[in-house]
Design a protein around this ligand. Structure first.
Ligand code: DC
Length: 221
């Protein structure tokens, strides 16, 4: 059995900055567990909306979170979160969730409910014999894994990002989500100190992946 330490790659960036596609391709290339933390915030948002718990009602948010069980199962190479045994459906990408997710994600109790769960994905990667994990989100390089082996931040021009969402046939509240995510008090979206900042506005997905893969390969033992 290999005893080499797991590789941890953190990828942060704003809405529709290309994090998910890039992370998925890196996961395939380097045999990593792919962890999309945005999908976790979306899933919690959907669950709280489904239960009628408003983000402005902090006691109700806390009470609801106190009893949820978060577990993981593998979906291909991706970590799929289960809330009380239930996986997320397509509805986590709906416009209703887009409009609410940043409000719920700004609540410290929501973030702390996910903190240990996200760090625990290292054990999931070990359990399934991955070489490491690539985790994408807003605070991965700054809060979740500040000691990650690689920390990247993906930028892209807002007009280009809106075009990418439209090409996927999806509506999104990109500018508003970025505004809320960068201005919240708790774990805001920032370029982590020392992270490699990549502007993907004029790059194809393949070019972004090549750039990151070259940097990763150069530093791997
Ligand atoms: O990655 P995404 O666009 O699917 O993320 C949805 C929202 O979840 C995002 O607007 C803010 C929140 N989020 C967060 O606060 N922290 C993370 N690490 C990931 C996502």
């Amino acid at each position: 059995m290999s005893t080499s330490p797991l590789i941890i790659i953190a990828i942060d960036g704003g809405a529709a900055s290309g994090k998910s596609s890039t992370s998925r391709l890196l996961a395939e290339r380097f045999n990593l567990l792919h962890v999309d933390t945005g999908s976790f915030y979306r899933q919690i948002t959907f669950e709280l909306l489904r239960r009628g718990v408003a983000y402005s009602d902090l006691p109700a948010v806390k009470a609801a979170l106190a009893h949820v069980q978060l577990t993981t199962r593998l979906n291909g190479r991706s970590a799929q979160m289960l809330i009380d045994g239930q996986p997320a459906g397509d509805e986590i990408r709906s416009q209703q969730v887009n409009e609410h997710v940043s409000h719920y994600a700004a609540i410290p109790e929501v973030r702390s409910a996910l903190l240990a769960y996200q760090r625990g994905q290292v054990n999931v990667a070990k359990q399934y014999h991955f070489r490491g994990l690539v985790m994408e989100g807003r605070d991965i390089g700054s809060v979740i894994f500040p000691q990650a082996d690689f920390r990247f931040f993906l930028h892209a021009d807002p007009i280009e990002r809106a075009k990418r969402r439209a090409a996927e046939g999806r509506q999104d509240s990109i500018a508003e989500r970025d505004r809320l995510d960068t201005t919240r008090k708790n774990a805001p979206l920032v370029v982590p100190a020392g992270a490699t900042d990549i502007d993907s506005t004029f790059l194809t997905l393949e070019q972004v992946v090549e750039k990151l893969a070259t940097l990763i390969t150069a530093k791997l033992p």
